[in-house]
Design a binder for this molecule. Structure first.
Ligand SMILES: Nc1ncnc2c1ncn2[C@@H]1O[C@H](COP(=O)(O)OP(=O)(O)OP(=O)(O)O)[C@@H](O)[C@H]1O
Length: 273
């Protein structure tokens, strides 16, 4: 188990009692702090000889969210743009530290999300596969053994040895997805993988995910494709502006979210959806 904050339970205790959990998130809040140069008015610029003013913008992306995920769960995460879905995934993958609260993860999470977080675009797909494997904690020997299979699975042909900056976003997603699913993670995290690749690749990705659901301890799927959430997941959570609105059966949660979006669309503006 890896814990991203002070945790009451030690890994040894967790192993001894073999808890049925894959992930436990408690009172999690994440705030981004971005400093930027405020654009001065002409008068201010003249007074300060053109120097801008540093300003700080805080975005509370996750607000006091708690949930636990039992072993064997395929959890869909839904919500509007900016709801906090990717932030939550990054935090569970250990890429982002909690601002407050805690996350406990039993096992190894796949830290490469489908849209290629962590890729070096100047390196080829194959080189990124090797780096991705090492970053996931595999030994050099394991990575070398698996790299060719992972590369072949992408079906990118000779593109696999070209720099990734020459790839389309769908091609990058294939590499990210292939790495994520081949590194045998205990916790599989897929962010929007299904809406990227083309129809044929999507079918292959779906089959792979169904296979991995059997072996992984848990799976998380972030998608705007509500059909995929219903099809692939046995539970879902809905985030809205960083808050956990609902958790339950995918059908129920998707329907509640769709009702909410519809009401909002007529009552307020499209920006809130
Ligand atoms: N690196 C960052 N720095 C500052 N703010 C950020 C950063 N990443 C995300 N945010 C902000 O945090 C909030 C949540 O963003 P997040 O990407 O988690 O949402 P999302 O639900 O995944 O959205 P989408 O469906 O559009 O991918 C948004 O308000 C966003 O502007």
């Amino acid at each position: 188990m890896s814990s991203l904050s002070a945790s009451p339970e030690s890994p040894a205790a967790a192993a001894a009692t073999d808890p049925p959990y894959a992930v436990r998130v408690e009172n999690l809040s994440i705030t981004y702090r971005t400093t930027f140069e405020r654009k001065p008015t002409l008068k201010q610029a003249l007074v300060r000889f053109g120097r801008g003013q540093r300003a700080v913008r805080e975005v509370q992306a996750i607000k006091d969210v708690s949930f636990d995920v039992r072993t064997g769960t395929a959890m869909g995460i839904i919500g509007s743009n900016g709801a906090g879905k990717s932030t939550l995934m990054r935090a569970m993958a250990g890429i982002l530290p909690p601002t407050s609260g805690s996350i406990e993860v039993w096992g190894k999470a796949s830290t490469l999300l489908a849209l290629g977080v962590g890729f070096n675009k100047d390196l080829s797909g194959r080189e990124n596969i090797i780096l991705g494997g090492l970053a996931s904690g595999l030994s050099r020997k394991d990575v070398e053994e698996r790299a060719d299979d992972v590369a072949e699975w992408t079906e990118l042909g000779e593109f696999i040895d070209m720099p990734m900056r020459t790839y389309s976003s769908g091609m990058s997603a294939r590499v990210g997805f292939s790495v994520a699913v081949h590194m045998k993670p205990d916790i599989l995290m897929i962010d929007e993988a299904l809406s990227t690749g083309d129809a044929k690749f999507r079918e292959k990705a779906n089959a792979k995910m169904a296979e991995l659901r059997q072996s992984a301890r848990a799976m998380f799927l972030v998608s705007h494709g509500l059909g995929s959430i219903k099809e692939m997941c046995n539970e879902a959570i809905w985030l809205n502006k960083g808050e956990l609105m609902m958790r339950g059966e995918p059908d129920e949660v998707v329907n509640a979210y769709m009702r909410f979006v519809k009401v909002k669309r007529t009552a307020v503006t499209d920006e809130d959806i």
